[in-house]
Ligand binder design. Structure first.
Ligand code: SF4
Length: 324
């Protein structure tokens, strides 16, 4: 592929431009291909999307010659301005495009590469690792089969089988994406995250973002309280707490059966972008100055306090308490 599309923030770093952003990307985000053959209702690259081919979620992706992009990513990596590269390959058939792109980047740079591409088999995933990828991502997106069938084409069970088979074959090298706000309950999302973590799968949490041109452009983003509770659940599960630490009633998370939870959340890490190491996806789900679903940087003490309060179930003023 001769043209690599870099996210606007990545493009600025690769071109050596100063950005005014308070949070430059720590990963180079690269989109390869356009117009997916799938039809996810939330995606601007879907087959029937009316959005421009240079849009993915809220981000614009200017095109750059592949050689220039690779050289720029390597220079920024060596200088410490980028720590990872994430290749998001739009599904227009086969894994060959992704494998070739991974191979050309890995031949030129030591940057750890994560690749998110449509895979059919574990052999496809191994082919990407053999080409030089450090990690692969098999996006589930939806927490349950029901939500999957409403939001996407294909079969959740099939995807889950592939994801878990990849995780078993490539331990510690597999990520997935889960999107909060596609119609699942908080409890279903907590269950899906717990199941992934139990299988050794790294979860990148996203908030559903209505974007012009996508089929679900008119739906609402999830309320921040719901997203914060899921973030805390994810944080606890990642740190080894069992699923029973997340208390649910009627599909909602109503509390956390954990002693000293405010102290555990005091560093703000629960509310930062999650996923592969060093992936911060700045302003992927957020408008500058708008609701910060995922913080792409360290939080201030005031931001952490606000995020904890937004959970609505922790400390004073909680709408419910663990085990009530
Ligand atoms: S978690 Fe981040 S680096 Fe990993 S595949 Fe997702 S977007 Fe890419």
């Amino acid at each position: 592929m001769k043209l690599w599309k870099l996210s606007a923030g990545t493009d600025a770093i690769v071109a050596g431009r100063k950005t005014r952003s308070d949070a430059p990307p720590s990963t180079a985000y690269v989109m390869l291909g356009e117009r997916c053959r799938n039809n996810c209702r939330f995606c601007t690259q879907a087959r029937e999307s009316g959005a421009g081919a240079n849009m993915l979620s809220r981000v614009t992706w200017p095109g750059t010659a592949a050689a220039e992009a690779i050289a720029g990513i390597d220079t920024a990596y060596v200088a410490g301005r980028l720590k990872r590269a994430c290749l998001q390959v739009v599904d227009n058939g086969g894994v060959a495009t992704a494998a070739a792109a991974v191979a050309s980047l890995s031949a030129a740079s030591m940057v750890p590469v994560c690749v998110s591409s449509h895979l059919e088999t574990v052999a496809d995933a191994k082919r990407l690792i053999a080409a030089g990828a450090e990690r692969i991502c098999v996006a589930l997106d939806a927490a349950t089969p029901q939500v999957y069938s409403e939001a996407k084409e294909g079969d959740w069970q099939e995807r889950w089988r592939l994801l878990t088979a990849c995780a078993a074959a490539l331990p510690g090298r597999v990520s997935t994406h889960l999107i909060v706000g596609l119609g699942e309950t908080e409890e279903e999302m907590a269950d899906a995250i717990a199941a992934c973590i139990e299988k050794g799968i790294t979860v990148g949490l996203f908030a559903f973002t209505p974007v012009k041109g996508a089929a679900w452009a008119d739906r609402s983003a999830p309320p921040i309280g719901r997203y914060r509770r899921v973030q805390v659940a994810h944080h606890l599960l990642r740190r080894g707490y069992g699923r029973e630490a997340i208390v649910c009633r009627g599909g909602a998370i109503t509390g956390f059966a954990v002693t000293g939870l405010p102290e555990l959340l005091a560093d703000g890490a629960a509310f930062r972008t999650s996923g592969c190491p060093d992936c911060n996806r700045p302003y992927y789900n957020e408008r500058p100055g708008g609701v910060m679903y995922n913080y792409p940087r360290l939080l201030t003490a005031a931001e952490t306090a606000r995020a904890i309060a937004e959970c609505e179930v922790i400390g004073g003023g909680a709408r419910a308490v663990a085990g009530d």
